[in-house]
Design a protein around this ligand. Structure first.
Ligand code: AMP
Ligand code: GLY
Length: 425
């Protein structure tokens, strides 16, 4: 099968690596891809939001299956457009992608289905939001309801932080239209986990657990990022907790969508907090997580293409996935200044030596080739993710950091404590 993967981040490098290994895939194209995907697939210079360009390429090349990595094209309706051409797609439709693209839509589904989540109110008027914060006078979490690259959430310990956040999102429009509506919700406490499931309208296959580390600095401090590192499995998610999550969260979510006439197909990703009262939903995403995908793909032993085809064909109940029992961990290296302004075009060295270590893979994210077509430069905030397997989580962690030490670029930053939650247990 001729397959086109949309996206160019670390997640897509990891997905492309697994897809390229499938005997079902005869040719793999990635739009736009990155120097990592160029090692085993054909990169095509088309942006993820260039739907006309994608449609033309699909027709011209005779693509039979399209996998959509990032949320923006999903929220923009790329699935609908390709399906209308008769192409099989992995990824939810525009309507279904609202689970991520509109946090208030997701809250409404959760409310209808009594799915455990933080108590929340939504506001489109800054004055009313400010009034609510003043009267309530308690710590809260403020979220832009639209897509904000994982940065639209602020945990506010004091009312003054909350007022400042409302000002940034609603008056200064830091996230543009994504902040037209905000959610103000109660703060929850407990360890976090990311539970990703393949969903084909009715059938749900829950993957191994993972945990992301979103704040930029060690000890989970500093501003939120798209994700600074992840590992799988996470020991806090026991089998009992995982089945509670499936029963009380994932199944009723998919049912709630069906009730609204929405058939969900693709990845449903639940960002959860394991509170003393049980798991609570923080957010849903309509796609694989980045960087959670990197350790998950290191551990997945089954044919990813076979599973994706089963999802598209509505026969997910026929596939069984095999996972490497060994834990995997992924550490992200970022450009100086991220998640704020950062510069690009900085030369990167040491990737090949890092990858020569056993059970280590370096997934490219924000990188590009130098004009010579060989050396690699930085080209984004999250530059690359070093991913390692180990017999224990501590061993995987040591390996990932050993490999990371071999890589260098000016202004490189990475957290030194990815996996600390699991290693410390
Ligand atoms: P989200 O993008 O909604 O998953 O939020 C990003 C991060 O903000 C989460 O990974 C949590 O660390 C934090 N967060 C979100 N909602 C809450 C909440 N209600 N209580 C505490 N922390 C939260
Ligand atoms: N790692 C968080 C996300 O992909 O949204």
């Amino acid at each position: 099968m001729k397959v086109l993967l949309i996206g160019g981040g670390g997640r897509e490098h990891a997905l492309a690596w697994k897809l390229a290994a499938s005997p079902l895939v005869t040719e793999l194209f990635v739009a736009p891809g990155n120097p990592g995907t160029a090692q085993f697939a054909a990169n095509v210079a088309i942006g993820v939001m260039d739907f006309d360009g994608i449609e033309k390429f699909v027709r011209k090349t005779g693509i039979q299956f399209v996998v959509i990595g990032p949320e923006d094209p999903l929220a923009g309706g790329l699935t609908d457009r390709l399906q209308a051409m008769g192409i099989k797609v992995f990824g939810p439709t525009k309507e279904a992608a609202q689970m991520e693209a509109d946090k208030w839509f997701a809250k409404e589904i959760m409310r209808q289905q009594s799915i455990p989540t933080a108590d929340a109110r939504s506001f489109t008027d800054a004055g009313a939001a400010e009034e609510y914060v003043r009267v309530r006078d308690e710590p809260c979490v403020i979220k832009a309801t639209g897509l904000a690259k994982g940065k639209g959430v602020t945990v506010c310990a004091r009312s003054s932080d909350a007022l400042d956040t409302i000002d940034r999102i609603m008056r200064k429009k830091e996230f543009g239209g994504a902040g037209t509506r905000i959610i103000i919700e109660e703060i929850l406490h407990g360890p976090e986990c990311s539970i990703l499931a393949f969903v084909d309208r009715r059938n749900i296959y829950v993957m191994e657990s993972a945990q992301d580390h979103k704040p930029i600095d060690d000890g989970d401090t500093g501003p939120m990022t798209g994700g600074m590192g992840a590992y799988s499995p996470t020991p806090v998610v026991t089998d009992a907790i995982l089945s509670t999550i499936e029963r009380e969260i994932l199944v009723p979510t998919v049912d709630g969508l069906l009730r609204e006439g929405i058939e969900y197909r693709g990845i449903l990703y639940a960002g959860l907090m394991l509170t003393s009262n049980g798991p609570r939903v923080l957010e849903f995403n309509c796609r694989f997580g980045d960087p959670e995908t990197q350790p998950l793909m290191m551990r997945l032993q089954s044919d990813l293409m076979e599973v994706m085809l089963a999802v598209a064909d509505g026969r997910l109940d026929e596939v069984e996935l095999k996972w490497d029992p060994r834990p995997a961990i992924s550490v992200v290296a970022t450009s100086k200044g991220y998640p704020g302004k950062y510069s690009t075009g900085v030369p990167i060295s040491g990737i090949a030596s890092a990858e020569a270590l056993p059970d280590v893979k370096v997934f490219h994210g924000g990188t590009r080739f130098e004009a010579d077509g060989r050396s690699v430069l930085t080209d984004g905030g999250r530059v690359l993710s070093v991913t390692a397997l180990g017999n224990t989580i501590a061993e995987a962690q040591n390996r990932a950091y050993e490999a990371m030490k071999m890589i260098h670029f000016d202004g490189m930053h990475y957290r030194r404590d990815i996996g600390h939650w699991a290693v410390g247990r």
